[in-house]
Design a protein around this ligand. Structure first.
Ligand code: SF4
Ligand code: SF4
Length: 432
């Protein structure tokens, strides 16, 4: 029976309402919430967000748009749920909360239409990225910023500072095909599939190449079918409908191959795809798909894919930053550490609060640059305390934001940020 307090106009959000009322306002979560810790504002805490969402669903907030800042500033880092006795899934609730708060906004339907168009048409998305990156490479965006013309699109203005390098060659899948031609023996045992997340695909094609080198060496057979965005961008923007459509599309594309495992190069996508089952109401095909999802480190460790990893070309003290969507959301933290601890030439050192978000969080650092920088500062201080010369991670938004922080601090000569696959690819090159 539905709660008498739930506003009938939100009756389709009964599941979300039942989850949010589990919050007993104990405040136990606040000390792990980055946005609360850096702002000190109750409205930017998990408890504050739950309270605002509950009031919205009970029809007590007359203008829901007033609450949109409370919801949009959540990093969806899942840190609060891990310490909450009631396990209130705040990060997951925020997708619905954002949608409810924005639907009266005049631009919302247009935003949603464009989001749907770009995410489902990867070629169109590629073309737009290519054009934006060309503008950056030619210095056009810098000039527009100096003329203060970029302030009308705050995301582009923040992006001008944060994004340093802009590749104009996109291409995880191109790399797969190239490599497969070089290694025809792999075609005989196509057993696993590779998924390249948008961030790696568009911003870090060199990581994609490194992943493929590592995966090819595993000799377990890798193929990469056409695929769409994983849907995390849509879910974060409050559009679960598009996220579900993208999830179904990906499940369909990969089911043709029927792979044993699906290796995802970006931890943010990886974590989200591990939750397709939940996203699609435990649909058996979606659950089966989710169970096959692995990031590079899980795949290597579980399959003993690279039995003897050699000396790394990069040597020194190394630490690991846990991307939230794997570390906090799926508690997948052991595999990268075990690999790093076994690499010769490297000394692994654990950092304090390794699961503290770096502030990147997809496009969060573009939407909320000031909060994101305060959150990043604490991460950088924890990295500095380790004395490490290399920080390893497995998500594109962490690579981007940590690299930005390192440049801002002027630490480029003493600290390097790499995807785990890049480090492994170095070590493999050394061994061959
Ligand atoms: S989200 Fe959980 S830990 Fe935080 S105030 Fe609510 S019940 Fe307490
Ligand atoms: S998901 Fe992260 S940012 Fe959002 S309320 Fe929880 S701890 Fe705070």
């Amino acid at each position: 029976m539905s709660s008498p307090y739930l506003d009938p106009k939100f009756k389709e959000l009964e599941k979300e309402y039942n989850a949010v009322v589990q919050c007993n306002r104990c405040g136990f979560c606040e000390t792990v919430c980055p946005t609360y810790m850096v702002s000190g504002k109750e409205t930017l805490s998990p408890r504050g967000r739950n309270q605002a969402f509950r009031e919205l669903l009970e029809g007590k907030i007359k203008n829901p748009e007033n609450a949109s800042e409370i919801f949009s500033t959540c990093l969806t880092c899942h840190a609060c749920t891990n310490v909450c006795f009631s396990e209130v899934p705040v990060a997951k609730l925020m997708s619905s909360a954002r949608a409810c708060a924005q639907e009266k906004n005049n631009f919302y339907p247009l935003q949603q239409f464009l989001l749907s168009l770009f995410l489902s048409q990867r070629k169109l998305f590629s073309l737009i990225c290519w054009f934006l990156f060309l503008c950056k490479r030619l210095g056009i965006s810098k000039i527009l910023k100096q003329l203060k013309l970029l302030r009308f699109i705050p995301e582009l203005e923040a992006g001008e500072d944060i994004i340093l390098k802009t590749p104009l060659i996109f291409g995880g899948k191109k790399n797969v095909l190239k490599q497969r031609k070089q290694e025809p023996s792999l075609s005989k045992k196509m057993k696993n599939a590779y998924f390249s997340g948008c961030g790696i695909h568009y911003l870090y094609p060199k990581v994609s190449t490194a992943c493929l080198k590592v995966l090819n060496l595993s000799n377990l057979g890798i193929e990469s079918p056409n695929h769409s965005c994983c849907g995390l961008i849509a879910a974060s923007a409050g559009n679960l409908k598009i996220a579900k459509e993208l999830a179904k599309k990906n499940i369909k594309e990969f089911s043709r191959l029927n792979p044993n495992q699906i290796i995802v190069d970006d931890d943010s996508c990886c974590g989200f795809m591990k939750s397709y089952g939940e996203l699609l109401n435990q649909d058996p095909q979606a659950v089966q798909f989710s169970n096959k999802i692995k990031n590079i480190s899980e795949f290597i460790l579980e399959n003993e894919a690279i039995p003897q990893i050699g000396q790394t070309k990069t040597m020194g003290k190394v630490t690991y930053h846990d991307p939230c969507q794997m570390g906090n959301a799926h508690k997948s933290t052991d595999a990268p550490r075990k690999i790093l601890q076994n690499l010769k030439g490297l000394a692994f050192v654990e950092m304090d609060e390794s699961n503290w978000c770096c502030g990147g969080a997809g496009s969060y650092c573009l939407k909320h640059p000031s909060l994101a920088e305060d959150i990043l500062e604490r991460k950088l201080l924890n990295i500095e305390k380790t004395g490490a010369e290399i920080v390893i991670t497995q998500a594109s938004s962490c690579l981007l934001h940590l690299e930005y922080g390192i440049r801002k601090k002027g630490w480029q000569n003493k600290l390097k940020i790499m995807h785990l696959a890049e480090l492994l690819s170095d070590s493999i090159l050394q061994r061959l």
